[in-house]
Write a protein that binds this ligand. Structure first.
Ligand code: AMP
Length: 289
């Protein structure tokens, strides 16, 4: 497996693949990989002939008081996982390669970035869009696989792809979970054993809301209150947001309609660690008894 450090070398590698008529799949990551990332690589492998995994802890998507400096890094282990998952190359540029002195350009996407995660983390989605645009211009993939785990991010990227004519197929893979339901995340490593035990409450809150929707609840405020009530049962957990919205545009009607696809979105602080999770559920066509 090839480890590529520069944008030029990455572009030459991809050019070579394209000359051999190989379809390129890419999986952008920030490293410290787990089974969730591995499932994305497997999916990319199924859908393409050559898989490039990028590892880049992107400073522009972290706020000034966030965890950029202490974000976990494990390059050697990551390379082992990527190789055994069957990828062909790792693209791991350093910060100056991606953002040389004098870098100026910004990528700003409207509405879909303005609420929930975007509101709580100003500049986050602009940083994500910028780095993904740069990674796509370096890797030149035909398809790219992202996780549903970062739900709002998937909407932002799909919007950018359409609006800027990248011509890349975006594939969204399901969230991989631990056996108690906690969504896998590189940030789970921050959790103390005591807090880790309580973290399953995020998944339980989603499940409670899904149950209510599937048995006929359609009022947005009631759905949100169910998630809040479940989360509040763990005193150590502080809710940042727990909301429901239409899954395609994040709009928040007072009452959802039969057939609507709802996304349930959570962000919570567990001690100092902030975790997010989500689920998509369809409002049943007829009320279940
Ligand atoms: P990250 O390294 O956290 O930036 O994530 C890189 C990619 O992996 C993103 O597309 C994430 O949505 C995805 N991802 C992270 N956690 C999971 C998970 N538990 N299951 C599936 N995909 C995930």
């Amino acid at each position: 497996m090839k480890v590529i450090r520069t944008i030029k070398e990455m572009q030459l590698f991809s050019q070579g693949m394209k000359l051999q008529n190989k379809k390129i799949g890419c999986v952008p990551t920030m490293g410290f990989l787990h089974r969730g990332h591995e499932s994305l690589i497997t999916r990319a492998k199924d859908l393409s002939d050559c898989v490039v995994v990028s590892i880049f802890v992107n400073p522009t998507q972290f706020g000034p008081n966030e965890d950029f400096d202490r974000y976990p890094r494990a390059f050697e282990n990551d390379c082992k996982l990527i190789e055994s998952a069957g990828a062909d190359a790792v693209f791991a540029p350093d910060v100056l390669e991606m953002y040389p002195v004098g870098f100026l350009t910004e990528v700003k996407i409207g509405k879909v970035t303005e609420k929930f995660e975007g509101e709580r983390r100003p500049g986050h989605f602009e940083g994500v869009a910028l780095v993904v645009a740069k990674l796509f211009n370096a890797i030149k993939p035909d398809i790219a696989v992202f996780g549903q785990k970062d739900y709002q991010q998937t909407l932002v990227i799909k919007k950018m792809i359409r609006d800027l004519n990248f011509g890349i197929d975006i594939v969204i893979a399901p969230t991989m979970r631990e056996s108690d339901g906690l969504a896998m995340s590189s940030r789970n490593t921050y959790l103390s054993p005591a807090i880790r035990e309580k973290a399953t409450i995020l998944f339980q809150a989603l499940e409670e809301a899904i149950k209510a929707i599937e048995s006929g609840t359609k009022e947005r405020k009631i759905i949100n209150a169910i998630m809040h009530k479940t989360l509040r049962s763990e005193l150590e957990i502080k809710i940042d947001y727990a909301v429901s919205a239409l899954s395609n545009n994040l709009e928040e009607p007072d009452v959802f309609l039969a057939g609507d696809h709802i996304v349930l979105l959570l962000a919570c602080f567990l001690g100092k660690t902030r975790l997010i999770d989500n689920a998509v559920v369809t409002v049943p066509l007829t009320k279940q008894m």
